[in-house]
Design a protein around this ligand. Structure first.
Ligand code: ATP
Ligand code: MG
Length: 442
């Protein structure tokens, strides 16, 4: 393992002062996989007082001191240095009840969640790997450190973390770990919602459909509204898959952008509840987009998702059944209403939705390249999408004698005519039209 210079210097300082020091956790795991770690954590036998003394000449972050963590601000990055410690259970599901500093790295590694995360490395002593994390990485196995039931009972967020690590590195939980993940999943109800939400946000951009299927018992525990979708036969000739499998495929297919992944995961959450059997013998799902939006709103509020993300997700779900047609006039209206980025996202969602039915390539899929081409053309034309893009403004209309709400009405009318290509967006043409329609201006 090669440590960056600034990390090596911190480690060396502690060693020189007589305190054993290791790189630990994610950075060791990622290095063994040949990946570049996104940060480096150190752990040491020094207690916070001693760490502070060793780095007395550097600015420090002391917010985590109670739990044994001192952040050292080097020129490059903050390096977190944590005293070897063990910890008690998490009664509040957030913080361990107690931490106790210890002097052996092995005791520190034993409190960590999975074997692949419970390795440390020192340039002096080499790899510390008392639980066989390296072997598990090679065999692609996710294994809890110690007795899985105990570890998930201490902190049930580890179940969701386990899903994330399994997905990120293509690991399969060993039988005992998986069994405990599934049987104890309901413990996650006690977790702080923000922790669950954050973990799901880390997971969603990484998942593919197979992951969502193999970990369905965990996913449907934190989003119980999806439970009835698992195995639900759509009884419709356009759909070969059950609702949950379809959802999983759509989620995999949309680009890994957070709002889009959330929208994909929840876009059909209202489907099962809106099922009806038609006289034609086909399952119908009238109003499922509206109901889905309502349910997604409740889910995202419960999980304390930020408002902006929630609004974006709800917008995409609301419109996921309103096909964007290859028609410039209509597209300009969509662009005016939702903006370019959201229209692009909606297109991704609709295309993934359409392409994930398992009944061959629907004819409608051919429309997507056309729509994209038209959007490109509209962009190049520098089109008039909003009232503010019109070549006249409210003052111009006031000068013509318009007042009050009539100004807005006239502007909207002008915008519509311009978008329908019945009127040119020039000052002269717009003023003439305003004047012409101005008979009822007050
Ligand atoms: P990432 O690349 O996502 O940062 P990471 O392994 O560094 O992965 P962190 O959440 O940053 O994960 O945690 C650092 C280390 O602390 C982990 O590798 C693990 O050893 C330990 N750890 C973190 N959270 C827990 C937990 N809830 N229970 C037990 N050990 C944990
Ligand atoms: Mg980390």
């Amino acid at each position: 393992m090669v440590l960056p210079e600034y990390v090596m210097q911190c480690l060396q300082r502690l060693e020189n002062a007589g305190f054993p020091c290791y790189a630990v956790g994610g950075c060791v795991r990622d290095s063994l996989l040949g990946l570049t770690p996104h940060d480096y954590d150190l752990c040491t036998a020094a207690i916070p007082e001693q760490i502070k003394a060793v780095f007395a000449d550097l600015p420090l972050v002391l917010a985590g001191e109670k739990h044994g963590t001192v952040g050292v601000i080097t020129e490059k990055n903050v390096v977190e240095i944590t005293t070897f410690r063990t910890e008690g259970a998490y009664q509040d599901n957030r913080h361990p009840d107690w931490v106790e500093f210890v002097d052996r790295i092995e005791a520190d590694l034993a409190r960590r969640d999975f074997t692949v995360n419970a390795m440390a490395w020192s340039p002096v002593r080499g790899l510390a790997d008392p639980f066989g994390g390296r072997q598990d990485l090679e065999n692609k196995v996710l294994r809890a450190v110690g007795v899985p039931e105990d570890r998930f009972q201490e902190d049930s967020l580890r179940i969701l973390r386990g899903v994330r690590f399994a997905v990120r590195y293509g690991l399969t939980p060993d039988a005992a770990t998986q069994s405990a993940m599934f049987t104890l999943a309901s413990l996650m109800e006690n977790l702080a919602r923000e922790r669950v939400f954050d973990e799901l946000c880390k997971l969603l951009p990484l998942v593919n459909a197979k992951d969502l299927l193999r970990f369905a018992p965990v996913i449907t525990q934190v989003i119980p509204e999806l439970a009835c979708a698992v195995g639900f036969d759509q009884r419709n000739s356009h759909h070969a898959y059950d609702v949950y499998t379809h959802i999983a495929l759509v989620t995999e297919t949309v680009p890994p952008k957070l709002s889009l992944r959330w929208a994909a995961l929840l876009h059909d959450v209202g489907k099962v509840a809106s099922f009806s059997m038609g006289e034609d013998g086909q399952g119908h799902y009238y109003g499922h987009a509206e109901l889905g939006e309502e349910m997604a709103n409740a889910i995202l509020r419960r999980l304390k998702a930020p408002n902006q993300l929630r609004d974006q997700v709800l917008l995409l779900i609301r419109h996921h059944m309103t096909r964007l047609q290859p028609d410039k006039k209509l597209l300009r209206r969509w662009l005016g209403k939702l903006g370019e980025e959201t229209v692009g996202d909606l297109l991704h969602l609709q295309e993934a939705d359409m392409g994930s039915k398992g009944t061959g390539m629907p004819e409608e899929l051919k429309q997507f390249p056309l729509v994209r081409q038209l959007l490109e053309e509209i962009r190049e034309e520098n089109s008039c999408l909003h009232i503010r893009d019109l070549a006249v403004n409210g003052h111009d209309l006031m000068a013509l004698g318009f007042s009050g709400p009539k100004i807005g009405e006239c502007m909207n009318q002008l915008l519509e005519l311009v978008q329908e290509e019945k009127l040119e967006n020039t000052r002269q043409a717009l003023l003439a039209e305003a004047q012409r329609s101005g008979g009822n201006r007050t």
